[in-house]
Design a binder for this molecule. Structure first.
Ligand SMILES: Cc1ncc(COP(=O)(O)O)c(C=O)c1O
Length: 421
């Protein structure tokens, strides 16, 4: 018998390379919000935010191909591509965030953000939440709780309890913002006493990996006050909410009503082409550049810049932020109307949704897993998130339509009816 793709992966890539689903999907083609497997079966993509403007968008494909046929080098030669892009990108950010470093992954971007905070403060202590992921370099993986670092967490890292809309920090939704800030304040004191000092806090403005809790717009106000009074930097990881995903705004921090010192971008930025960035103010950039020599071989190359520029243009030309707002509101309404004994909360912002399942006081992670598998059988790709894997995660490409939303909702209704609780 011939070797299966799964076996071949294991032989060539080693064990424990993650795949989604009990029966992994072998995707061979994508277009817009649709994916096709090797048997010709069509799936609605309700999960992937990297193909932000739609799988294989012809404008992005054409931009990559055109530039690849002319030139691809690195940023030690002069080229307009990176400059045109940074100009266009920073116009979308405003608030003094006018300079950028282009890199290849969100992890690299966050790694630089940590170093910017160190350069500005001369200190290394950093705070994140206790249920997050900011990437996989040695430095940023210290902020992840999924696989605790070998040898224990480094002394300069403090993790504070993540916000949660079903089990709020501080015991109630009303008290959560102050309780969260109090924990950040305590962590700052600890870091100062430990000798590392406090350089900043890294956070996703919508706490996506934490489970996308439903939070009021001013949720972060008390925390930001605490950070600023301690002269730390706010490092805003926009890898998931950025580029209009949240619908009402281009950026998660605008939705939450604050201006960060450093913004990091990734996943959707190149529609699948590996491009990411760190954006900051000139004073932060200057201090970083004086403290660290930084060069990234592939970051900001002409092909990456062309891909990223095409994505920006398509978002505007196709009105995708407004689409995220309108279709997002429509789908959220449908999710909130779902009737099921285990649904504790349906929440979302723009085209980013969580549906949390609880069995009484117990997170229904196993049930949620079965829903994910059954949805795949229905031809809808989504996944789950949250500390206990009990939150369905829907985060489709931005050209998602009302008809797509109906397709997903009807499938979910059928699956919820058929899945034993
Ligand atoms: C919030 C957040 N930050 C950073 C990263 C890391 O990005 P990358 O995989 O491009 O290094 C991820 C990846 O999942 C992420 O979710």
């Amino acid at each position: 018998m011939s070797e299966s793709l799964t076996e071949r992966r294991r032989r060539l890539l080693g064990p424990n390379v993650p795949t989604f689903y009990e029966k992994p999907v072998h995707i061979v083609r994508g277009e817009g919000v649709w994916l096709w497997d090797a048997d010709g079966r069509k799936y609605l993509d309700c999960y992937n935010n990297v193909p932000h403007v739609g799988h294989c968008h012809p404008r992005v494909v054409e931009a990559i191909a055109r530039q690849a046929a002319i030139l691809n080098t690195h940023t030690r030669y002069l080229h307009e591509g990176i400059l045109d892009y940074v100009e266009a990108l920073t116009r979308k950010l405003g608030q003094g965030l006018s300079q950028a470093i282009m890199v290849c992954t969100g992890s690299e971007a966050n790694d630089i953000a940590l170093r910017m905070a160190q350069a500005m403060t001369g200190k290394s202590g950093i705070i994140a939440t206790d249920n997050t992921y900011h990437g996989n370099t040695s430095a940023v993986s210290q902020l992840s709780t999924r696989r605790p670092p070998i040898g224990g967490r480094a002394g300069h890292v403090r993790l504070v309890p993540a916000p949660d809309s079903v089990h709020p920090v501080g015991g109630s939704i009303e008290r959560q913002a102050e309780a969260f800030a109090l924990n950040v304040g305590r962590a700052i004191v600890e870091l100062e006493e430990s000798g590392f000092g406090f350089s900043g806090m890294m956070l996703c403005p919508v706490f996506a990996n934490e489970g996308l809790p439903a939070l009021p717009k001013n949720f972060l106000e008390p925390t930001l006050g605490v950070i600023r009074r301690a002269r730390g930097l706010v490092l805003c990881d926009e890898v998931q909410p950025g580029f209009g995903r949240v619908g009402s705004h281009w950026w998660g921090h605008q939705l939450m009503g604050f201006t960060p010192d450093v913004v990091t971008l990734g996943k959707p930025m190149g529609n699948g082409h590996p491009v990411a960035a760190v954006v900051t103010r000139p004073d932060v950039m200057e201090t970083f550049r004086e403290s660290f020599g930084y060069f990234n071989t592939f970051g900001g190359n002409p092909v990456s810049a062309a891909a990223a520029m095409a994505v920006l243009q398509v978002i505007d030309e196709e009105g995708l932020v407004q689409n995220a707002k309108e279709v997002g509101a429509y789908l959220l309404k449908g999710l909130k109307q779902l009737k099921h004994p285990l649904i504790a909360e349906a929440r979302g912002t723009g085209l980013f949704f969580g549906v949390e399942f609880m069995k009484g006081d117990v997170p229904a992670g196993e049930f949620t897993g079965r829903v994910v598998e059954a949805m795949r059988e229905e031809g809808v790709l989504l996944n789950r998130l949250g500390r206990h894997g009990n939150v369905l995660k829907l985060r489709p490409p931005m050209p998602f339509s009302r008809a797509n939303a109906d397709f997903a909702l009807h499938a979910l209704q059928r699956v919820l009816k058929a899945t034993p609780v």
